[in-house]
Write a protein of this length. Structure first.
Length: 219
């Protein structure tokens, strides 16, 4: 098929979330390394709100942001990977079959990280807002899970970056630029995905922020 004009495939809220997660994961790592625990908590609370937004946006957001759009059967994902070395034009609107599962895995790992962080403690002076609710034994165990999960996230990041580079080198697919600009050059007859209003995204994020504030203040 002949390539036509650039089509908008990613909405602003999805792109902002993507790059915000990159910044927040780095900030969480840095504040932990430097023992800036007040800033570490802020980073975690912001990630909490961002994840609440993204899970909600996965059901009511723009077409390419919805889980129903990019989560396919595992068989389809493996079939996609079997044909990875085949060089072909990138006409996919949104995440590919394998990438969709990677997105879900990363979201779930981040959710576990945030959830355990809310209940964790450093056995010295800092504890999450829900640590007293779960009790010292559970808090200690969840602190261990919190540490292990971050290692899992680091591995997932390496896999993700390696996959993006592999697509660029092997298939000549640039996955980064569309996530920056929101647009991708596709065949002229490709349907543009339906986009939701950024006002709706702002309302959803405000609600997510209110939920986080309620959880933190409740403690």
């Amino acid at each position: 098929m002949r390539e036509g004009s650039a089509i908008r495939v990613w909405d602003g809220p999805t792109r902002i979330f993507h790059w915000a997660v990159v910044a927040l994961v780095f900030m969480s790592w840095l504040t932990q390394q430097e023992d800036w625990m007040a800033a570490h908590k802020i980073s975690g609370y912001t990630m909490f709100a961002a994840l609440l937004f993204r899970f909600a946006w996965g059901f009511i957001g723009s077409e390419t942001a919805r889980f129903s759009h990019f989560l396919v059967s595992p068989r389809a994902a493996f079939a996609h990977l079997r044909h990875f070395i085949r060089r072909e034009p990138d006409h996919r609107i949104g995440h590919n079959a394998a990438g969709g599962w990677m997105v879900l895995a990363m979201l779930l790992a981040l959710a576990v990280q945030v959830g355990t962080g809310l209940c964790a403690n450093d056995q010295v002076r800092v504890e999450g807002p829900l640590a007293e609710w779960v009790g010292p034994e559970w808090s200690d165990w969840l602190s261990h899970v919190h540490a292990v999960t971050f290692t899992v996230i680091e591995v997932a990041i390496v896999v993700h970056v390696a996959a993006v580079l592999a697509y660029a080198l092997v298939k000549r697919h640039n996955l980064v630029i569309p996530m920056i600009t929101g647009r991708k050059r596709l065949p002229s007859n490709a349907p543009a995905p339906r986009m939701r209003s950024p006002v709706l995204a702002a309302i959803v994020f405000a609600f997510a922020g209110a939920v986080v504030a309620w959880v933190v203040l409740l403690s």
